[in-house]
Ligand binder design. Structure first.
Ligand code: NAD
Ligand code: GLY
Length: 368
């Protein structure tokens, strides 16, 4: 059942389809497939749940297709050059031509990595995003950012490569671990925080229903989030301006994720991406209040909503403030003129603030 469709315009337009059971819709899945070579990329958690359905639907609609499935390890620690190379090797193995298509079936890790392989193979082939986490549905599958991690930082190697289509099957959320649902809700809250105070109020009113997996409310949250992401990335696909607002909380989050990875020897240890974004948004709100851009009441409202959604709001113990600050200087969002943050003037009113005093940031990090 189709619940919604969001069209993304610009130089490479595509549609985001939202519905219950869409992975079984053979015509919808096969529609973007221009050539014959078809590679479904998934991970070892998602493939056993949904891989067969996707392959069966594609086979039914396109019996002529040359279809292969690649199953990679799950989780952030798998977003590596090695696994990227395995996607490239699978394309080479099937002799994929320029009209080949990758179907990225999974969360943001698979979507980013398979999308990057699609951007690189023969300088760019189609990628259809089939997101199966809430985070991927509302954020990573839309807008064309693709990447892998390296030890020096997250997403440091990547490309802008818009998907050919995004097909969101909300039924896949039923198998998602509750912790991953909450992580996705952090990115949903982000849209209210940066651009849509009415949506923030709506989330406040329906937090319990969302946590309880109320289907109509979840579908509405996904559609409203995708509408915002689509509009922003259509206006600013390459992040020359407004798109940077989507990084609210992310300078802090990426530093936390990188520092945890350094301490534990692998990406994905400790807080996951959505959880780190929750902490990062609260730190951004606190920094905004300290700079007298917003009131402490705004910080409190954000903190309370995230806590109700079961998300962390403080830096995990054991992370060193100086080390976090050093990571921030390396972040892609750092500019030549010093630390640049996405801060807010209050709920729904985010903006880019360059040249933030490092001492103030360090103080905030020390407080946790
Ligand atoms: P993830 O891809 O690691 O998925 C989380 C876990 O859930 C994994 O273990 C996965 O196997 C499992 N899973 C996925 N779908 C499932 C389902 N339906 N049922 C059961 N288990 C399921 O993590 P994520 O939170 O989806 O994505 C995080 C990544 O996305 C990060 O690498 C982040 O950098 C990236 N990201 C990218 C963008 C972008 O614009 N490209 C935006 C936000 C985040
Ligand atoms: N998640 C940030 C972006 O897509 O720009």
């Amino acid at each position: 059942m189709t619940l919604g469709k969001v069209d993304v315009g610009g130089a490479a337009p595509y549609a985001i389809h939202i519905g219950n059971g869409l992975l079984g819709n053979a015509a919808l899945l096969a529609n973007p497939l221009r050539g014959r070579h078809t590679l479904v990329v998934s991970d070892e958690h998602v493939a056993p749940l949904y891989g067969d359905a996707v392959v069966a639907a594609l086979r039914a609609a396109r019996p002529d297709a040359q279809l292969a499935m690649l199953v990679l390890p799950a989780g952030e620690s798998a977003k590596t050059f090695d696994n990227f190379n395995r996607v490239i090797a699978a394309l080479a193995e099937m002799g994929a031509t320029r009209d080949a298509c990758i179907y990225a079936l999974g969360g943001g890790v698979i979507g980013d990595m398979a999308g990057f392989a699609a951007a690189c193979w023969m300088r760019g082939i189609d990628c259809v995003q089939l997101p199966t986490t809430l985070l991927a549905m509302v954020d990573s599958s839309v807008g064309g950012k693709t990447a892998i991690d390296i030890p020096q930082g997250k997403n440091l190697v990547g490309a802008f490569h818009p998907p050919r289509a995004v097909i969101i099957d909300t039924a896949t959320l039923h198998t998602l671990p509750p912790r991953e649902l909450r992580a996705g809700l952090a990115e949903v809250v982000k849209y209210g925080a940066i651009i849509d105070p009415g949506f923030f109020d709506w989330l406040d009113a329906h937090a319990d229903a969302l946590l309880a997996m109320d289907a109509p409310k979840l579908a509405e949250a996904i559609a409203r989030s995708c509408t915002h992401k689509a509009a922003i990335t259509e206006r600013d696909p390459l992040e020359h301006g407004e798109r940077a607002l989507l990084n609210f909380g992310h300078t802090f989050a990426h530093a936390i994720e990188a520092e945890q990875a350094a301490l534990n020897g692998q990406w994905g240890a400790g807080l996951n991406h959505g959880e780190a974004v929750a902490v990062g948004m609260v730190l951004a709100a606190r920094l905004s209040a300290r700079l007298a851009m917003a009131t402490p009441d705004d910080t409190t409202r954000l903190t309370l909503l995230l806590e109700r959604l079961g998300l962390p709001v403080h830096i995990p113990p054991g992370l060193d403030a100086d080390a976090l600050l050093a990571r921030m200087r390396l972040d892609k969002k750092a500019a030549a003129d010093g630390l640049r943050f996405i801060l807010w003037d209050g709920i729904g009113r985010a903006r880019i603030v360059p040249g933030v005093d490092e001492r103030m940031v360090l103080q905030l990090l020390r407080e946790g």
